[in-house]
Design a protein. Structure first.
Length: 181
């Protein structure tokens, strides 16, 4: 089931998908949720002009905070899901590099928001943070692409792995209840 690393079909077990899902979740929590929450706190302290991203500042000024939250979280989710929809081949490590880049961007965004909120001097300007993010995307996705070219991982679709894990848990529970009888 989900425990062995390589099955009869030649596909690796679902730990690959679990790693990628964990990175996806961490990217969404830092870049989508964490950056949104800290930027809202910073805006509450400093005002709308404290937002370094001109597009987000425009959204706040013209549409309000609730629309800002919805747009920021929706766009963050869409940006993270988009590679799964447009890339057909297995690019496991390239996607992991992509997600790690967004984790870095989320952590940088949260740190800069907290520094601005506390009237501290930021260690990077918003433009430097965006440049660092873009460089990390280029470097980490290229490294991941090189690894994918050399390793050629075969990965089961996430939904199949999820069903396999659910079946494994049900079988484990059934065996445990049988042993108690």
């Amino acid at each position: 089931m989900g425990i062995i690393l390589k099955g009869k079909s030649g596909y690796y077990s679902c730990w690959y998908n679990k790693l990628q899902f964990t990175l996806f979740l961490a990217a969404f929590l830092t870049f989508g949720i964490g950056d949104t929450i800290t930027s809202l706190n910073m805006i509450e302290q400093k005002g709308t002009m404290g937002e370094g991203n001109l597009i987000l500042r425009y959204i706040i000024l013209n549409y309000g905070i609730s629309d800002y939250i919805l747009i920021k979280i929706f766009v963050s989710f869409a940006i993270l899901v988009l590679p799964f929809l447009i890339i057909k081949e297995t690019v496991f490590w390239m996607l992991n590099g992509y997600f790690v880049s967004f984790i870095i961007a989320g952590i940088l965004g949260m740190a800069l928001n907290i520094k601005a909120m506390n009237n501290e001097i930021p260690f990077l300007s918003p433009y430097q943070a965006i440049t660092l993010f873009m460089i990390s995307v280029l470097i980490l996705t290229n490294i991941g692409d090189e690894i994918d070219k050399r390793v050629h991982p075969k990965i089961k679709p996430f939904f199949y792995c999820l069903l396999e894990d659910i079946a494994f848990i049900i079988i484990k529970i059934a065996n445990t209840s049988k042993n108690k009888e």
